[in-house]
Design a protein around this ligand. Structure first.
Ligand SMILES: NC(=O)c1ccc[n+]([C@@H]2O[C@H](COP(=O)([O-])OP(=O)(O)OC[C@H]3O[C@@H](n4cnc5c(N)ncnc54)[C@H](O)[C@@H]3O)[C@@H](O)[C@H]2O)c1
Length: 392
């Protein structure tokens, strides 16, 4: 008998829709699951999105006020998919109502919000998950296993980057991501969070950092109505000021002694969604780039010293891939990663087993972000203070 898990989705934009589609697709991909997701209620202030939630996604209810969705007695788990600065109050209310919480990254817009959110979840004793969806890529899971098996030897260096073009056009709209009161920080909250989560997952904790930030496009056209962050304005549109960073870079040291470099940008031209890493060890190295998520480049000192990197294609031999398509080198995509992630979270809820990454791992990530932010003003190296220890 499968357990019915009632789901609420707060915010039906890009990621709210992606998680809603996941809930609908999960039964077809994971027939051996222990639960059945039920799309109980969605909350969004935009009437068209509420209509679509009912008609296209099959939600039972769609409401304007997210609090009534959180308090709905038929809801067991709440997905937080609204702009960053709404995360914390949604999480606080969901924890108070005793609901399991899956929040999109970065959990609030500033490091202290993730710390407070972890405190609320701990106090209420509710299960948590965070949307670092790229960690669920079958080839990233394989990379993690290869590194853990010692196949790369001792890890000496890590390069992480997330270079995106979503803000590269100066006519790109001034959406919530560019405002401090809606997004918090800029790329360090938005996409460095993914890069640091990935590095932590593969190589372990970061202990010290130094870095810089820059805002490269200071003004953008103001949107009218609900706008996607890929939308464009017109040259004569009124403009407003970008309030947070477009670019950040960071040097770091890991606890295991490895060095690291990170670069993130939303305004470069060329890389379209390049969430990528290179991991170097004494016996081999790995290269992965989300733009080619079904390929992993592997160099082994013992197996391929003369042939250079070998391309490993995704396939059912790697974790979760076979749930979507059989055989080898038949590709999966971004929303499949979201579906794997949501299935893993719901399965953990249904079986009462721990899930990672949750809010505690998100606080590990913002601990690094806080040290980076501190280095902007100190203009020197900063030790990473473990903020899970100061969580109330
Ligand atoms: N994991 C990933 O790869 C990934 C990708 C994109 C976004 N995100 C995260 O997802 C979150 C949402 O980003 P997005 O790109 O989907 O944004 P979006 O702008 O596409 O969608 C946000 C939605 O929230 C709604 N909203 C605004 N105020 C609300 C309120 N008071 N109550 C309920 N809904 C409200 C908006 O109307 C909109 O539909 C962010 O925290 C972002 O960091 C994660």
């Amino acid at each position: 008998m499968k357990r019915r898990i009632g789901v609420a989705v707060l915010g039906l934009g890009w990621m709210g829709q992606a998680h809603s589609r996941s809930a609908r697709r999960i039964p077809g991909h994971f027939p051996d699951r222990s639960y059945d997701p039920r799309l109980v209620v969605c909350a969004d202030p935009v009437a068209d999105r509420r209509r679509s939630a009912l008609e296209d996604f099959g939600f039972e209810r769609a409401v304007e006020d997210w609090r009534s969705a959180v308090e709905d007695p038929e809801v067991d788990a709440v997905w937080v998919t609204a702009p960053n600065m709404l995360h914390l109050e949604m999480i606080e209310a969901a924890a108070a109502a005793g609901k399991a919480i899956f929040s999109e990254k970065p959990i609030g817009g500033k490091p202290e919000h993730a710390v407070t959110a972890l405190g609320h979840a701990r106090a209420a004793g509710v299960a948590t998950g965070v949307g670092y969806c790229y960690l669920w890529s079958p080839l990233v899971l394989h990379a993690r296993d290869l590194i853990a098996s010692g196949a790369l030897g001792e890890i000496t260096h890590y390069r992480g980057r997330f270079l995106s073009m979503y803000g590269s056009d100066p006519l790109g709209l001034l959406t919530w991501r560019f405002f401090v009161d809606q997004a918090g920080y800029g790329v360090t909250s938005d996409i460095l969070s993914h890069s640091v989560a990935m590095a932590r997952f593969l190589v372990g904790p970061v202990t010290e950092v130094v870095g810089m930030a820059n805002t490269t496009i200071p003004r953008r056209p103001l949107p009218t109505g609900a706008a996607s962050h890929y939308g464009l304005g017109a040259p004569d549109d009124p403009t407003g000021e970008v309030e947070n960073e477009d670019f950040a870079s960071m040097l770091c040291r890991f606890e295991n002694g490895a060095t690291g470099t990170f670069e993130v940008s939303r305004t470069v031209v060329g890389p379209e969604s390049q969430n990528a890493f290179e991991v170097y060890g004494t016996k081999g190295s790995l290269i992965w780039n989300h733009e080619r998520l079904n390929e992993l480049q592997y160099y082994s000192v013992t197996d391929s010293p003369d042939s250079g990197y070998t391309t490993v294609y995704g396939g059912e031999r790697f974790p979760f891939h076979g749930a979507f398509v059989p055989g080898k080198a038949n590709s999966i995509g971004f929303e499949d990663l979201v579906t794997i992630q949501d299935h893993a979270f719901l399965e953990a809820l249904a079986t009462g087993t721990p899930f990672s990454p949750g809010f505690s791992e998100a606080v590990d990530v913002v601990s690094v972000q806080q040290a980076l932010i501190d280095s902007w003003t100190s203009r020197g190296w900063q030790s990473v203070r473990d903020l899970t220890e100061v969580t109330p």
